[in-house]
Design a binder for this molecule. Structure first.
Ligand code: FAD
Length: 332
């Protein structure tokens, strides 16, 4: 494999119903830095039905080129057609790096593409860098229970690929009117060749705020003692219009489902305000919330590690303090 043939940083642009996933815009920001360091182009790969017009947004967030596969066969995400499109694009244009959001779609597509190329894939990356001269991607992620950051290298193959957690990279400020080159591509695939059919789409109807999009997250830990005690977290989140978060121990105890778990094996959140109530502050929890704007901790142990990571700390019993906060915010 001649590495000289592979040039450019790519971002897979995830789109649903005409809207680009925020993580793709964040990755354009990260990709721009890598491309500038290497002195190569940044490209977005856009696959979908009636998506070509979204290229403009991709340029405005930093891309130089957008490869577009626009066809009714891509109406809904399915592994096979999307994988064939991306493989086709790789064969024709040979990127040195491809970044995907670590979302259900991004993870599915990246692993399918990695298997077929074949190349390596670093999953759930939280830090990215590139060697200026060799183009070796330095993709880092927490390992060994979050106690170390492992930097994973793909020395023998190209392209180098990584899925990157939402909310850990920063999108660039949008530059209206910024343009670039659109390259329209096609693959010849018939509907009957695709083994997966979309029979029905069931929409989530909950009115609750999504934890990864909320401005305020109220998270509770084992200090709440029971599922009943954990109701205080729901009540405080409700009065503040925030989302409920939880430590892994709470999820494992069955007090709330895994979607609410914050941390290394849960979601990464960066709300404006994060309440950590009855949470000790284990490293695996901290990696999922430490970039929040303002962290407020309530814990009865003054030596709990969470107090090293918060902006404001209240040493006290959650069962006394949280009801006072709920009352206060109800009246505010
Ligand atoms: P504890 O550590 O038991 O802390 C409870 C806290 O509540 C204590 O600090 C205590 O002082 C306080 N408290 C008790 N009573 C009260 C009261 N009445 N009022 C106020 N405070 C009170 N954890 C995660 O959260 N997310 C992850 O994604 C995650 N991934 C992991 C991955 C791996 C590979 C491993 C090994 C672990 C992972 N963990 C994760 C688990 C993590 O190590 C901790 O065990 C967990 O975060 C602890 O949860 P906790 O803070 O709720 O419980």
């Amino acid at each position: 494999m001649n590495f000289e043939d592979y040039k450019g940083i790519w971002v897979y642009i995830e789109e649903q119903e005409g809207v680009i996933a925020p993580v793709s815009l964040e990755l354009l920001g990260a990709g721009r830095q890598l491309a500038d360091k290497r002195g190569v182009e940044l490209a977005g790969v856009l696959i979908g039905n009636r998506v070509k017009h979204l290229s403009q947004t991709v340029f405005e967030y930093g891309a130089d080129t957008v490869y577009v596969y626009d066809d009714p066969i891509f109406e809904h995400y399915r592994t096979e057609p999307y994988m064939y499109a991306l493989l086709d694009c790789c064969q024709k244009h040979k990127p040195e790096v491809i970044l995907y959001g670590a979302t259900p779609t991004g993870k599915d597509l990246a692993s399918a593409v990695a298997t077929d190329l074949p190349t390596g894939l670093t999953a759930d990356t939280t830090m990215l860098d590139i060697e200026e001269d060799t183009g070796l991607l330095l993709a880092s992620r927490p390992a060994f229970g979050g106690n170390i950051m492992a930097t994973i290298l793909c020395k023998k193959y190209r392209p180098q690929m990584a899925t990157v957690r939402p909310k850990v990279m920063k999108a660039l400020k949008r530059e209206p009117g910024r343009t670039g080159k659109v390259v329209e591509e096609r693959i010849w695939l018939r509907e009957e060749d695709v083994r997966t059919k979309v029979l029905e789409i069931v929409r989530e109807t909950t009115k609750k705020v999504r934890i990864d999009e909320a401005d305020i997250v109220v998270a509770g830990g084992k200090g709440l003692e029971s599922k009943e005690g954990f109701q205080l977290i729901h009540q405080l989140a409700d009065v503040l219009g925030g989302a409920v978060g939880a430590s892994r121990d709470v999820v494992e105890a069955g007090w709330i489902d895994h979607h609410h778990q914050v941390g290394q094996t849960g979601v990464t959140v960066t709300p404006k305000i994060y309440f950590a109530i009855g949470i000790s502050g284990a490293i695996q929890h901290l990696v999922g919330m430490q970039n929040s704007g303002l962290i407020i901790a309530i814990n009865k142990d003054p030596h709990a590690p969470i107090f090293q990571a918060c902006h404001y700390g209240i040493v006290g019993d959650a069962f006394e303090i949280v009801p006072l906060l709920i009352e206060h915010f109800k009246q505010a």
